[in-house]
Design a protein around this ligand. Sequence first.
Ligand code: TNX
Length: 532
Amino acid sequence: MQKVVAVAAVLAVSMSCSSTDRDATPPPTTDRSGPSLVVDWSGLVPRPTRVVDGEGEFVLGEGTAIVVDADAAEPAAGLLRGYLADVIGTENDATDGPVVRFTEDGVDHSLGDEGYELEVGPDGIEVRAGHASGFAWAVQTLRQGLPPEVHSGEVADGTTVRIPAVTVHDQPRLEWRGVMLDVARNFFDVEEVERLIDVAALYKLNRFHLHLTDDQGWRIQMSGYPELTEVGAATRVGGGPGGFYTQDQYRDLVKFAADRGVVVVPEIDVPGHTQAALASVAALNCDGVEPPPVATNAVVLTSSLCVGKPEVDAFIESVFGELAELTPGAYIHLGGDESAGTPTELYPGFVAKVAATVRSHGKIPIVWEEVGGALGADSIVQSWNKPEGARAAVDAGANLIMSPAPRTYFDMKYDPSSALGATWAGTIDTRTAYEWDPLTAIPGVSPQQVIGVEAALWTGIIGSDNHIDTPEEAQQLLLPRLLAPAELGWTGSKPDGWTDFSVRVAGQAPAWAALGLSHTADPAVPWCAPPC
Ligand code: TNX
């Protein structure tokens, strides 16, 4: 089925500090009279697998149609339409003129689920992929070049965009490219989370891990236990107001992400990090009488569900069952970290039982490294601190996600002079976040068992009175550093790659400003002087 979804389009694509052609004269290949913008393909983050320059250019403007030949491309084409909304003119159903065409025809199947080809020639743009996520990433490649005016909706009428002919052939190196947001210590509303999911998608990160529960908050509505959000969502670190996602809001978040090629990975952390649950549901405590209050300080406590109690088993079945039902993605994270309050002899059996519950609902269990080899094959272990847990996990047949704190914990300060952030895992500037390789980070672990990399934004700053409670602070801690794991996961790093990478990172700043995103002016990055 062929559908024409758009219309007069002005796609403005301009990249990097060196792109200064905004005010260039109109292109010779068109008689359109408005201003023209020029695309520069050199600054993409992550760098695509292969970019081959072609001859000539495509001039995009009023009258350009977006044609969808593949059902799998509908969400991506819809997004492109949205990105261009402020510059698209009247409806155009004509397919005989210049088009941006989404098609599965002629796709190179070796590109896998996430790969795509983007071919720009004088007559139009063809986007080829075999799956929805490939189309999604192709659109983000196009979008990433949009000049600030287009992101902010400040394009003059009649603008055209000259896109140099190119063929981009692109696919990721690693299947798991994630970012975690701790919404338990500090709550972020749906709009704020969607904004961060959108940033993740812009850099082709394909997993958004929501740390939904902890000592300081329970953030997802559960119909079996309404107390969890009535009591457990009331507050946040520092004692300010809390919040939670209704099931409908959670479904919306998941859909928002899915349309962008991003899978939401929800985490309910058990048996430790559970004081918000213990405060809400008295029966989860061993004494069952006097539950502790929800924590409001940024410390890791020794809370634990009362492992072995039938009420705890019923709770696990209910909340993980409900979460699985709400979550179309393949994964559920069950935490398992820092459970100092759980009797050591009961801990491995308990996490194995929770993992069995997750599997019985058709999902793949993910755990933090403390669980080690307790779950065996068909599980994923997230390594953050000590190599022993990761080694035990791979010995037992599990796969690894690499989140080493000194490289990926973006609640750390950029440098010792940073106002915001912790230092327990050191300081992490963008270069430190870039110059390592997830595949070889743990000696003795085979690269085949490392499925990817994930950055983490914890929002209670351990060992400090300050904490992250505004969206701007979260953005400042993520940008620019988040681009490092994005590049490592998609392209990989070269030992001498920092200079090239850092220039491309610097070139993103105007887009962030236009999108209303804050960032940190990390001195490690060669920011260009405006206008750039
Ligand atoms: C460790 S990593 C934690 C979190 C803290 C974080 C602070 C992990 C599984 N647990 O509970 O918020 O450090 O950096």
